[in-house]
Structure formats: C-alpha cells, structure tokens
Design a protein around this ligand. Sequence first.
Ligand SMILES: *[C@@H]1O[C@H](CO)[C@@H](O)[C@H](O)[C@H]1NC(C)=O
Length: 200
Amino acid sequence: MINRPDQFCMLALAVGTALARDQTRELGVGLITSGSRFVWVVKNNIVDKEDGQELEEVIGHELMERVKEKGLIVKSWVQQEDILSHPAVGGFLSHCGWNSVMEAAWNGVRILAWPQNGDQKVNADVVERIGLGTWVRSWGWSGEKLVGGAEIAERIRECMGNESLRIQAMGIKEDARKAVGFGGSSDKGLTELISMWNQF
Ligand SMILES: *[C@@H]1O[C@H](CO)[C@@H](O)[C@H](O)[C@H]1NC(C)=O
C-alpha cells in the first residue's frame, strides 16, 4: 500500500475556525467516501490536547472512528512539507495560502483548491492557470453554504484520478527544481512521519 505512489490526499485545515463544525463533519464524510487514503493535518493553537482530540470534539466519536480507518490524523507539529514531499502523497485539499501552494508546486502535488479569503482566491486562480490543480468555485466562501460530503468525495475522486492533472503537477515540480536546483528541502520530522506511514 505505502509503496504505491500517489494515492494519498493531504489536507491541512484548521479545526473549529476556518470551517464551521457542520462543514468539518461533511468533510469527514467526504474523505471517507472518496476512496482515497488521506492525511489530515489538524492545525490549532492548543498544544496540550492529544492527537485528534479536538477533531473528535467537532465531528463526534463515531465519525472519527471511521475517519481513522481510512486516514491518518496528525498534529500540526508534523511539517506540512514533510508530508507533501512523500511520494505516496498525490493530492492536497488546500485553502491555498501562498506557502502551501509553493510547497505543493515544489513537490508536484496537485491541489484541490478551497480558498476562504481574497488572497487565497488569487492563489487558487494561479493554481488553476498553471495547471497545478482545480478550484470548485461553486463551493464558495467558508460559511456561505454547506458543501455536502458526497460532493466533496466526488471532487476528491476527480482530482486524485485525473491523470492529466497528475502529469501537469509533476511537470511543474520538474520545472521548479530545474529553476532552483535539487536538494535543499528539510527532512525535519520525516523520521517520525515515516514511522506513522509504516503503521498502515
Ligand atoms: C482534469 O483536470 C483538468 C484541469 O487541469 C480538467 O480540464 C479536466 O476536465 C479534468 N479531467 C477530468 C476527467 O476530470
């Protein structure tokens, strides 16, 4: 499983702030039904909580158990770039902060964009234009409407299964490395991450 490249989708979303609770639950349902393995990086400011505890508080115990069957829940101490640079990770559901877009481009990871503010919308537009990913404009802003789990699952499937998108993203990676030169990426936290992958 782990050695087959390109089948994980990563998302790094703040729990309880950027997305409302009911939207976070739909996201959980969408991930489970997408058929994709995933890594959910839970960002928060509360350092003393156990892994996934705050997520469970939002989506409930039952859904959390199902999420954990298909995915890895990791705390934000895991550097996002360490996950994006792993060969098993092919997709990134992202709000499209600039650093996230840069890291995805550097690692050839295609983006399913879900911007939540003006700057992120500008970045999502760039992502689409350069062929790094897709942006479902009808999902709107956070809180504007509730995007259902089935719709999220469908879009994740499309993004993960889109061969031309995969090839374009890999091309962007090659271009980026040609421009900047190989190496340079930090491997901080990677050892811990690899041990987590190996539990699958
Ligand atoms: C794949 O993604 C591209 C955008 O890069 C899009 O134009 C195309 O319709 C997608 N193909 C499928 C089968 O979804």
